[in-house]
Design a protein. Structure first.
Length: 344
């Protein structure tokens, strides 16, 4: 019977397959409000900002209505509306309201919107009669600037997040194991679809599998770094065209005792590939990730060439990006291959 396939630690699209449950210290997220807002989904972020504006407008609208009520502006304006003749040279000239044209809570709410979004329709304005009204005007302007600054910062960060650039960094769907320079190598292909380069790009690999220590401690997701090599040497790569990155399976490799016969029986084997670099156009560090399970590793195959010279320039055929061909490869482990070489 076919063995059940293990859950991925990292998806093919780079998403980490980890669910955080039973977090008791939820208050820690509020200590970093800005990052929490940036991490929220777009509908939730827009809802929070919309409610922030509406609540601030309503709050200060109530404050302006209370100021007008305490100063008697509402009574005087109501009396003038009932008897327009009374608002001639006598009482109208003597009475100065805190805010002109405030007749009800609706007009106070409209004035609150005008103050916070700096829209002046000319019908309502603050006078010199009430120092408290001037103070509220200053406070509301500061609150409006703070909300605008947070909103613009969050929107900028959400639209320029580094993982958006990682969408154009692609990995081959399958990895392969074949001979290179007489040694068994684990190989994959990575490419960048954009013309703007990833500066100081580095790539590394980890093997994630379930292990047990000598003391009996079980580590369900033990992460083991494995040494990588690439055509330009070291971990830094010049990703101007697709490259084949490879790992030499030697005695220090976790794949040293894996053969094509038992490769697909390692259901707990997962190889994670992480590419990091600085986006040339924005200067923001980005990271692209993928993973390969045992059944996504092809033994005895090699990637086909996709770079060719045409009309004095190099062209890349991405339709063949993940294509492989069969090549002669020993059906034994890297340990057995080295032992055979030492005997010969």
């Amino acid at each position: 019977r076919a063995r059940e396939r293990r859950a991925r630690f990292v998806g093919k699209n780079g998403a980490c397959n980890v669910a955080h449950k039973n977090i008791r210290e939820q208050g820690r997220f509020l200590q970093d409000v800005f990052t929490t807002l940036v991490d929220l989904k777009w509908p939730h972020t827009l809802l929070i900002f919309t409610m922030s504006f509406l609540c601030s407008w309503l709050l200060f609208g109530m404050v302006w209505w209370l100021i007008a009520f305490a100063h008697g502006d509402l009574d005087h304006s109501t009396r003038l509306q009932r008897d327009p003749a009374e608002g001639t040279a006598g009482s109208a000239a003597a009475f100065v309201p805190c805010v002109t044209s405030i007749h009800s809570f609706t007009s106070a709410f409209l004035f609150s919107i005008e103050v916070q979004v700096t829209i002046g329709f000319g019908g309502r304005m603050v006078t010199e009669e009430c120092p408290a009204a001037i103070l509220v005007l200053i406070v509301q302007n500061i609150v409006g600037l703070v909300i605008n600054a947070i909103m613009l910062g969050c929107i900028f960060m959400k639209t320029s997040q580094a993982h958006r650039r990682a969408e154009t960094l692609i990995f081959s769907k399958h990895a392969v194991i074949a001979l290179r320079e007489g040694r068994l190598c684990f190989m994959l292909r990575v490419g960048d679809l954009r013309k703007s380069m990833i500066i100081s790009a580095t790539i590394r690999m980890q093997v994630v599998k379930k292990t047990a220590s000598l003391e009996g401690e079980v580590v369900p997701l033990n992460q083991i770094d494995i040494q990588m090599e690439n055509p330009v040497g070291g971990n830094s790569i010049f990703l101007v065209s697709p490259l084949i990155i490879y790992h030499v399976i030697d005695k220090n490799s976790p794949l040293y005792d894996i053969s094509p016969m038992n490769l697909h029986h390692h259901e707990d084997l997962e190889i994670i590939v992480i590419l990091e670099g600085v986006v040339e156009t924005t200067g923001i560090t980005t990271q692209a990730r993928t993973s390969y399970l045992a059944d996504e590793i092809l033994w005895g195959q090699r990637f086909v060439p996709i770079v060719a010279e045409e009309d004095g320039r190099y062209s890349v055929d991405y339709s063949k990006f993940g294509n492989t061909v069969k090549v002669p490869t020993p059906s034994c482990t890297a340990r057995q291959l080295e032992e055979d070489k030492s005997i010969m």
